[in-house]
Design a protein around this ligand. Structure first.
Ligand SMILES: NC(=O)c1ccc[n+]([C@@H]2O[C@H](COP(=O)([O-])OP(=O)(O)OC[C@H]3O[C@@H](n4cnc5c(N)ncnc54)[C@H](O)[C@@H]3O)[C@@H](O)[C@H]2O)c1
Ligand SMILES: O=C(O)C(=O)C[C@]1(C(=O)O)C=C[C@@H](O)C=C1
Length: 364
């Protein structure tokens, strides 16, 4: 692929454009808000000028409700040899495109795709070239999809260092209802409990609630679009969650009972909720789509000063330890924080000793 056109230069479009541009592809950037395309160009994602002729691949990265019309407009003016979109839902955009009356050749030049990676922030300034690295990128080719277009899409995914996964569009929508759309609503429902909460309670927020509510900071307009295109499967899953919630409330009420048998029953109910949660959590794939890995953490107390993290990473590197993941918890009202370094279990003693030797305060 030598040339590409990215339409919609927000988080996802600009991230893909940055990855393509870094691999030498000439990328043209377009957005209905020219300021967004200008910003993406200033970040090094390409040029916000129009392409002189037909590009190899057009990547449509606009909100789901605008995907079909944007694709049809680009196809009618012959903008590209192949077209993909990256919307979070796949059945709706394909059916909308078919309903727009495009000919068979135009439909064959299109593949619906979905990178399973994103952030709670929008716009080009949130974009990074490595956003998709190691993440699944779903392709939903139809029976008549051109092989050449499939190859262009695979080339884009390889440039983004993502992992291609081929699926049927409706099966994709049912799967993301489970792993993305329902969890998004549950995160919002948990965060919503904080809206009118006492300040004295909110200031105690620790890492647990930060993990559970991060995605509740996402752009609501985009999510209304996503959920509007996949309401049935999400409603089915939420009604299962609601039944589990009813059971959990019953178990907690039993724990308040004066009757010991009821209390025992309640404890059993809660134990079952926690067991099922543990079992589900172990099925979440590890980094780069590998089998789940159990990391252990080494916790380091740091002053909230520039350069501390870089020094810890350098010291870990010198000790030959690979840091798999990192979390930082800022201590409320203090210029200090706890850095949780996730490493494979056998690295824990090596890292702990090396950091202690270099004067770091380790917390158990
Ligand atoms: N945010 C995520 O985590 C995520 C992850 C995977 C896929 N997606 C999908 O990627 C697509 C883009 O999402 P995003 O997070 O980059 O959103 P974003 O808000 O960051 O960017 C969307 C961009 O599209 C532009 N736009 C809107 N309508 C347009 C139109 N008709 N023509 C041209 N430009 C238009 C907007 O001005 C904006 O710059 C969506 O379809 C979304 O479902 C999002
Ligand atoms: O990590 C996040 O912020 C996301 O919400 C990303 C996420 C997801 O649910 O995993 C959200 C929507 C997209 O369609 C794909 C990825």
């Amino acid at each position: 692929m030598r040339t590409a056109l990215v339409i919609g230069t927000g988080l996802i479009g600009t991230s893909a454009a940055l990855a393509l541009a870094s691999r030498g592809v000439r990328v043209h950037l377009a957005d209905h808000d020219p300021e967004q395309a200008r910003t993406a160009a200033a970040l090094g994602a390409g040029t916000d000028t129009e392409p002189a002729g037909t590009v190899d691949l057009a990547v449509v990265a606009v909100p789901p409700a605008h995907v079909a019309a944007t694709l049809a407009g680009a196809m009618r003016r012959g903008a590209a040899r192949g077209y993909i979109d990256v919307a979070s839902v796949k059945g709706g955009p394909r059916r909308d495109l078919e309903a727009l009356g495009l000919d068979a050749a135009a439909l064959a030049s299109y593949i619906g795709t979905h990178p399973m990676s994103g952030r709670e922030k929008s716009g080009p300034l949130a974009a990074t070239a490595d956003l998709f690295e190691g993440r699944p990128w779903v392709l939903t080719p139809g029976r008549d999809t051109d092989t050449e277009v499939l190859n262009l899409a695979l080339e884009l995914i390889a440039f983004c260092r993502a992992v291609p996964v081929v699926m049927d569009a409706d099966a994709h929508d049912r799967a993301v209802a489970l792993v993305s759309h329902m969890p998004h609503l549950v995160s919002n429902l948990v965060a919503a409990r904080l809206e009118h909460a006492e300040e004295s309670a909110v200031r105690l927020c620790g890492q647990g609630i930060r993990d559970v509510t991060r995605i509740a900071a996402s752009e609501p307009a985009m999510w209304i679009d996503i959920l509007s295109a996949n309401p049935g499967p999400v409603a089915d899953l939420l009604s299962d969650v609601a039944a589990d919630l009813d059971e959990t409330v019953r178990a907690l009420r039993a724990l308040q009972s004066a009757d010991e048998d009821k209390r025992l029953g309640g404890a059993g109910g809660i134990q079952e909720v926690l067991r099922r949660g543990n079992a589900g959590q172990t099925r979440v794939p590890g980094k780069h789509g590998a089998a789940p890995t159990s990391y252990e953490s080494v916790i380091v107390l740091i002053d909230d000063q520039p350069g501390q993290l870089a020094r810890i990473f350098a010291d870990a590197g010198r000790a030959g330890v690979n840091i798999e993941d990192v979390r930082i918890e800022h201590a409320t009202g203090q210029q200090a924080g706890l850095v949780q370094l996730m490493v494979v279990p056998q690295s824990v003693p090596v890292l702990t000793a090396a950091l202690r030797e270099r004067g770091w305060a380790i917390r158990q």
